[in-house]
Design a protein around this ligand. Sequence first.
Ligand code: ADP
Length: 445
Amino acid sequence: PKAETNGSVTHRADDDKAADEDKEDVAVQSLLNKLIRSSLVNTTNQVEVLQRDPSSPLYSVKSFEQLRLKPQLLQGVYAMGFNRPSRIQENALPMMLAEPPQNLIAQSQSGTGKTAAFVLAMLSHVDPAQTWTQCLCVSPTYELALQTGKVIEQMGQFYPEVKLSYAIRGNKVERGQKIQEHIVIGTPGTVLDWCHKLKFIDPKKIKVFVLDEADVMIATQGHQDQSIRIQRLLPRDCQMLLFSATFEDSVWRFAERIVPDPNIIKLKREEETLDNIKQYYVLCNSKEEKFAALCNIYGAITIAQAMIFCHTRKTAGWLAGELSREGHQVALLSGEMVVEQRAAVIERFREGKEKVLVTTNVCARGIDVEQVSVVINFDLPVDKDGNPNNETYLHRIGRTGRFGKRGLAINMIDSKHSMNILNKIQEHFNKKIEKLNTDDLDEIE
Ligand code: ADP
């Protein structure tokens, strides 16, 4: 590292305050994922199936034809471009469409086909001749409910007799009326009001109850109780289905209260590893020096696409500005952007319209960066107390090993403290992080 900026100090206190503002919002992350995702997540893991009645045969289907769907629905499925059931759909769909209906708890990461599965189940169970609500689906937020509604509309596009209504705040229904739509999708509070206080829906006539994004749901105080109160209003023979991307104990306890006698389907997340990643660190003395090192790296090697992580919005904004002044096409993902703006930024980056994505950690959580060849930790990932965050480190630069992509990770170090953190990360993963001299970059290519 060059010596002339010795003695310059970064103002950590300001930065930390900004980091606190970047509060994690699981519902927003989930929505972002949905807005961006255009295809199934690739997974080689096997599903685990736990049947309520282990003696009954376990059905799994390899084609949508095998499900004997209504022709209008099969047409809808194909119009969406689905050729065959996804890994969890292979098992979940026969269970959900069985007679008598079976209850199900299913867990798999987002993008594995859960929504499409329960939407198909709801559409299959509707009798359009009966003009009352037969399927009820609760989602954690208004925006997530709308996304699911869109899937219902798409999949049911050749089955226009089936009608859909949204139980969300602001959607006014005339007092004393009963809803005639066959499927109602909404947030727990409003759904509960419609079933209980306002009696727009007769809960005793519900045949299918879906609780989506259970892990997001329980993150909001109140949603859990409201969901349980809705469930209590439903008839015993109502089919109960619950979906979650993760399964901590708290989700599990909640799931068991919502779904009696469940079948359980789990699909493990593909593990991330650092196996195919070359890891380096660069020693600097200030953020300006880190920026200079970054420029050197850019000057020396060809980088198709890079993601650069900063600790705070402030640093991210500053760095994006500096980089674009240097002539780079930079995208900035920042906490103050609304969800649609963030989705648009990520979409453009994925399409290759920008080559560099500068972001804070919070914004990029859960974003699939498989295509990115270089990840730069402009700041190392730390938790609230300033300890190394190994999980985030792995998530930023790791790859799901079996797809075998190679990658390059560069960590910028600007103090003894950050060197300490790096050492701890290195110990944790037991993988050497090599020192890189940015004045002589032949070694990394
Ligand atoms: P999840 O609810 O688990 O997040 P989705 O049902 O939203 O997953 O599916 C993720 C993406 O994959 C969506 O774009 C969806 O249209 C698509 N998809 C779902 N099932 C299939 C399938 N069987 N074949 C192809 N694409 C599918």
